[in-house]
Structure formats: C-alpha cells, structure tokens
Ligand binder design. Structure first.
Ligand SMILES: *[C@@H]1O[C@H](CO)[C@@H](O)[C@H](O)[C@H]1NC(C)=O
Ligand SMILES: *[C@@H]1O[C@H](CO)[C@@H](O)[C@H](O)[C@H]1NC(C)=O
Length: 262
C-alpha cells in the first residue's frame, strides 16, 4: 500500500498542495512522528520538556504560560534535535483534519503562537528586527526560502528545499514564530501570528512581508516534497524507524531525494 502510494505521488515532482493518496487515509504520520521521537530518549526528554514549559498556566484559572520560556524551550529542542525528528514532527504529511490539527499543535500554539490580539505584521516585523536572533534568523529564512513570484525556480538556494525547511524551523521560537493557521490538510497555509488589516497606506508593504510566508513557493514545494517522502515512512512499524533503516532508504533514493531523509 505504501509503495503504491509513493509511486502514485511521484517522489520529488512538484505537486499542488494537498496531494491525494487515498490508500493512506488511516495512517496519522504526525502521530507516528511523535512515536518515533518517543523511541529516542533524548528526543523524548527534550520534547516533553518544551511541552511541559509551554503548557504551564491553567487558562481556566486565568493563568497564562510564559511565552518567552516556551520560545526558549522550543528553540532548544529544535536547535538540538536532528531534522530526522524535528522535521518529521513539523512537516508530517496529513490527509485528515485530525492529523493536521496534531501538526498545528506541535509547537503548543496556545502558548508559543496565539495571543489575544493579532498584531499588525509590520509591527511584528519591527519587533523582530530589533532582536538580533530574530533578525538573523529571518535573514537566513529569506536567503534560503524566498523567491519573488513568477520566477522559474522555486528556491533561491539551487532549489534546496531542505535548507529552506531548516531555516523555517529556526524561526520557531522567535518573535515571528510561524505556524499552520488551521487544521486544513489539503490547502494548508503557514503564517506568523499577525494581520495586515487596518494597515492603511502601508498595506502593500505589510502584505509583502506576509507573503514571505503565505506565498512562498520554496516553502510549500519543499514541504510538499518532504511530506511525500515522509509519507513513505508512515506505514512502517516504529521498530523500523531506526537511523539505519532511514539511511538505507536514503541510499535507495538518488540525488536530492537522499538528503531529505537524513
Ligand atoms: C537519538 O537520536 C540522535 C540523533 O538525533 C542520535 O544521535 C542518538 O544516538 C539517538 N539515541 C538513541 C538512544 O537512539
Ligand atoms: C499571493 O497569493 C494570493 C492568493 O493566493 C494572490 O492573490 C497574490 O497575488 C499573491 N501575491 C504575490 C505577490 O504573489
């Protein structure tokens, strides 16, 4: 079933968002990604650690979590974890809303992402520019991910989607932490928590910033091709997720496909 699915989806060809693969309806690759992390002691420990930090605060009692601490814990997890774990959690291929909701929840958005008020995107951008970590990570994201619309290639970096996904991952835990906006699996959208409504005469400038995320061909193609490769793994038993089997899968694939699996 899995192999049929992979050959149907056409490994690394660029496909529209929300590629279909009916045979896989029953698997939840985001759940599988969490299980794979739990099988590695270090991944399990660090994941539990950021989830605990980001879940502190009982909203029914009016308590709020510390976003700052949550961001720090997320950065620690994502900086330390091999993409084999972190990218699988962040970019798991979903074909159900349940799966996509789990993917949206990966970074504990109630603490790390959502706030009562949605700031204007230009305001958020300004806050980011004033912080050296955020500023440099945003610059890195733009260098590896941003292509102006209507250009022939999809990524600036020799179509290196993986570099884009890594740069995207490093934005999580900064002021402009991006996330999936909802639990849509067929037409997912990624955005920082901000809006361009009410920007007045700065609306165009604001939309240009927002499009770095919402209209990003490198990010969406990279996510889609990465998701497709990961789909291959969703039917494996947890035992077969060892680094060894990932490596052998990598060897079976040629060219740019190989490094997506490492
Ligand atoms: C956990 O994963 C890391 C790679 O991120 C690896 O270096 C380490 O050996 C793994 N630990 C175990 C116990 O498998
Ligand atoms: C961004 O995407 C929207 C909707 O998909 C489209 O209307 C708009 O023209 C795009 N903007 C750019 C700069 O590509």
């Amino acid at each position: 079933m899995c192999l049929v699915c992979v050959s149907l989806s056409g490994m690394l060809t660029v496909a529209p968002k929300g590629f279909q693969c009916p045979a896989e309806k029953n698997c939840n690759p985001c759940l599988d990604a969490a299980k794979a992390c739990n099988l590695n002691n270090s991944c399990k420990k660090q994941r539990s650690s950021y989830i605990a930090t980001c879940s502190k605060g009982d909203s029914s009692k009016g308590e709020t979590c510390s976003k700052k601490r949550c961001h720090r814990a997320l950065r620690m997890f994502l900086d330390r974890m091999h993409p084999e774990f972190s990218h699988r959690l962040l970019f798991c291929p979903c074909q159900t809303e349940g799966c996509a909701e789990r993917r949206r929840q990966t970074i504990v958005p109630d603490c790390s992402y959502i706030e009562k008020e949605k700031p204007n995107c230009l305001e958020l951008w300004k806050v980011c520019r004033q912080d050296s970590l955020c500023r440099s990570r945003l610059a890195d994201y733009l260098a590896n991910c941003w292509m102006p619309p209507h250009t022939a290639s999809t990524c600036p970096n020799q179509d290196n989607h993986q570099a884009c996904l890594s740069s995207f991952t490093r934005l999580i835990g900064t002021e402009i932490t991006p996330n999936y906006v909802d639990n849509s699996f067929s037409n997912w959208v990624i955005s920082p928590w901000c809006t361009c409504k009410g920007s007045g005469n700065q609306e165009e400038e604001c939309m240009n910033f927002l499009h770095y995320f919402t209209n990003n061909t490198c990010l969406s193609d990279g996510t889609t091709s990465s998701l497709k490769l990961r789909l291959k793994m969703c039917c494996m038993t947890p035992q077969s997720w060892s680094a060894q089997s990932l490596n052998s899968l990598g060897l079976m694939l040629s060219g740019p496909a190989a490094f997506l699996l490492i």
